[in-house]
Design a protein. Structure first.
Lengths: 120, 106
């Protein structure tokens, strides 16, 4: 059974930073690319970032490029999202998601999400 | 960026009826299209990939069709548990993008 468990969400002031983590289990973490997807309250889904199975390639949405950094530690089966220069419109539930397979970037497993609120 | 458009924000149907949802891509994405279902307070769930292949455990009343720029998700004989929001997503190129979602309600 695949599990993805996000943590690290909370309330942060505009301009602040936050680091999200996602603990993965139930599959060979080092063999799959991973992504972050977010959903603002009452809104749709927005893809944010991707890291390849070996950590050597990343992709970002324009909305977070230069502010967010995705990374992974395969020795700990953990995915990260370092977020900086946070803005109120970054307020959302952040989901950790697993790719279906290498170079096939849709998502067969989702975490339960962690809420990030950017507010003064 | 490929823009995914789900023209209907909301679709009102009755249990037992058929629901037809559409998704349009701003350029051809071949069959690199998936559908997700999201219920309130839950993460999305993969329904359809490759435009027409049901994911593991998805009932046969869900079907997908289309290629290129026009795609359809059909739910025959709607059950109470099918009332949810449905999103399409392409994976043809970076960046990945989702449609805005269609809420299927009673």
């Amino acid at each position: 059974q695949v599990y993805l468990v996000e943590s690290g969400g909370g309330v942060v002031q505009p301009g602040g930073s936050l680091r999200l983590s996602c603990a993965a289990s139930g599959f060979t973490f080092s063999s799959f690319g991973m992504h972050w997807v977010r959903q603002a309250p009452g809104k749709g889904l927005e893809w944010l970032a991707y890291v390849r199975y070996d950590g050597r390639r990343t992709q970002y949405a324009d909305s977070v490029k230069g502010r967010f950094t995705i990374s992974r530690d395969s020795s700990k089966n953990t995915l990260f999202l370092q977020m900086s220069s946070l803005r109120p419109d970054d307020t959302a539930v952040y989901y950790c998601v697993k790719e279906y397979r290498d170079n096939v970037e849709f998502f067969d497993y989702w975490g339960q999400g962690t809420l990030v609120t950017v507010s003064s | 960026e490929i823009v995914m458009t789900q023209s209907l924000d909301t679709l009102s149907v009755s249990p037992g009826e058929r629901a037809t949802l559409s998704c349009r891509a701003s350029q051809s994405i071949s069959s690199n299209l998936v559908w997700y279902q999201q219920k309130p307070g839950q993460a999305p769930r993969l329904l359809i990939y490759g435009a027409s292949t049901r994911a593991t455990g998805i009932p046969a009343r869900f079907s997908g069709s289309g290629s290129g720029t026009e795609f359809t998700l059909t739910i025959t004989s709607l059950q109470s548990e099918d009332f949810a929001v449905y999103y399409c997503q392409h994976h043809h190129a970076w960046p990945l993008t989702f449609g805005g979602g269609t809420k299927v309600e009673i």
